[in-house]
Design a protein around this ligand. Sequence first.
Ligand code: CMP
Length: 139
Amino acid sequence: RERQHQLEIQQLIETFPLFAKVDEHSQEELLLLFRPKSALPGERVMRKGDRGDGMYFLSSGAVEVRLPGGAVRLEPGAFFGEMALLSGGRRTADVIAIDFCQFLVLERRDFNMFTARHPALRSAVSDMARERTEMNALN
Ligand code: CMP
């Protein structure tokens, strides 16, 4: 059981290096907080204008973020849906699965609770959100 846990954590960090920053106990906690979710090719994962229900970590497959300037493709290891959680606002874009996808979802309240206790993680996520916002403003 313990060994199984170790493997899961190792896998988690390999796919999402972001979580290498947090301590082992918190990595275990994440495994419990994550809600597994999947999508079929063509399925809409997020709708622009919706309230943000969670942040999504893509473990397999690929999604497209549909932006006015074109689509951005995200691959395993990427995350999305952070913007609406950080701003408390609405989804800024449609996100469409373009392959069979598996996600780990951190629900809004868990995101708030967990990132409040891990400021380094929260700022890493904020940095990415800021980068994306700046990129979108240029297109
Ligand atoms: P959110 O606004 O909650 O929902 C749509 C998501 O698309 C957004 O969070 C980001 O995670 C993602 N997104 C928006 N713009 C970009 C971009 N330029 N590159 C990659 N992902 C983006």
